[in-house]
Design a protein around this ligand. Structure first.
Ligand SMILES: [Zn+2]
Ligand SMILES: [Zn+2]
Length: 376
């Protein structure tokens, strides 16, 4: 028996006038749904798509289907085929974890040929998001023998799996670029019973580093001080007990900044950094004075901070990055592979007038960390 209270509340709220407030309440409700309740609403969303026509389509996707995909695990399991048949392929993250049947249908569409360029792009991207062994083999095979439609894509074919958070090497091996586990970085004051400056926290967020930026002489800050030896952060599989990822508050805004990580897990400015021509206006950069975020509750999926469903509270450790634009996993300067994502800081979470997001990455094999930034 599925408890229908939340489902009915959701439906009623969806039918009320759409304001920012109702959108936020719908998302908050979605986060409370069980998988069963999510599946009922997913089926209802398909009915809405059929009944309401084109005008309502975006609203159903943005307010119901995408939040379900990002916040309620397995809620779309029974509707993937319905979505494909109705050409609902975007945002393609909908298809993370999609069923074998739906992957077969996407593959068949590609084989049979897709005339529309947008639909072709979205189908390839959805197929990449399914991310199972058949998909890995397909992209590995296409590296050697590109399909005829690959020339009609606007981006290189191998950028599609990267946007879905993985890549394959020539031997068919899949390499993940993000973690399935994800913890919200919550305001320190909101986590009850824990002092705000506890040194035993699994992660420190923005603390002063002893070094200075060799380009602009600003004091470096440690974006994340990760205690990899604590159970909550074991999923990061850092290979060292502690990892401090330092950055320059100013220069990380203009290029990817690399840090060599020593055996103690501390950051040293890397010789691989390449100074860009422009490093912004020579103004004041305020450095943070106290820790304001701490490891909060786990998220239910790696995608809860997707940019189309929320712009609040998106700072996190683990999970999939909240890109503002295209995927920007940096290349490790030593092994030349893409670097897996570790976590992100959304500056509005710690500064009233903060903007944009700083992303952190780590190549475990080469012990190199990186940070880059996107403005909002
Ligand atoms: Zn600097
Ligand atoms: Zn590397």
């Amino acid at each position: 028996m599925v408890e229908l209270g939340l489902v009915d509340t959701f439906k009623a709220l969806y039918r009320s006038p759409h304001t920012r407030r109702t959108t936020e309440r719908l998302l908050a409700l979605t986060r409370e749904l069980s998988t069963d309740q999510g599946q009922i609403l997913a089926a209802w969303a398909i009915e809405l798509l059929d009944a309401e026509g084109e005008n309502e389509r975006d609203s159903v996707i943005d307010a119901v289907i995408l939040p379900l995909a990002c916040a309620v695990p397995n809620s779309l399991t029974h509707v993937y085929i319905d979505l494909i048949e109705r050409r609902v392929l975007y945002p393609s993250v909908l298809f993370h974890n999609a069923t074998i049947d739906s992957r077969k249908l996407l593959a068949r569409r590609l084989r049979e040929g897709i005339d529309d360029e947008y639909e072709l792009r979205d189908t390839v991207q959805a197929f990449a998001w399914v991310d199972d062994s058949v998909v890995h083999s397909a992209f590995s095979h296409w590296q050697q023998t590109p399909p005829s439609w690959a020339t009609r894509l606007w981006l290189p074919l191998q950028s599609y799996p990267v946007a879905a958070g993985w890549y394959v090497t020539g031997d068919g091996m899949r390499h993940p670029l993000y973690h399935q586990t994800c913890y919200h970085l919550a305001p320190t004051a909101s986590v009850e019973g824990v002092p705000s400056t506890s040194v035993s926290e699994p992660v420190g967020v923005i603390t002063l580093h002893e070094g200075h930026c060799p380009w602009c002489d600003l004091r470096l800050v440690t974006l994340f001080d990760l205690h990899g030896d604590t159970p909550k952060l074991a999923f990061l599989d850092l290979g060292i007990d502690r990892l401090c990822i330092a950055m320059c508050v100013r220069c990380t805004g203009y290029t990817t900044i690399y840090m060599d990580i020593d055996t103690q897990g501390d950051s040293r400015w890397s010789r691989y950094n390449v100074r860009p021509d422009y490093l912004g206006p020579t103004g004041e950069y305020r450095l943070p004075t106290e820790q304001k975020l701490m490891l909060g509750p786990p998220r239910r999926t790696p995608f809860e901070a997707h940019r189309y469903i929320t712009d609040r509270g998106i700072s996190q450790i683990g999970g999939y990055p909240t890109w503002e634009q295209d995927a920007r996993f940096p290349t490790c300067p030593i092994c030349r592979r893409l670097m897996p994502f570790i976590g992100q800081l959304h500056w509005t979470d710690i500064e009233e007038f903060g903007a944009g997001t700083t992303y952190a990455y780590y190549c475990r094999d080469c012990r190199i960390a990186a940070t880059n930034y996107e403005s909002s």
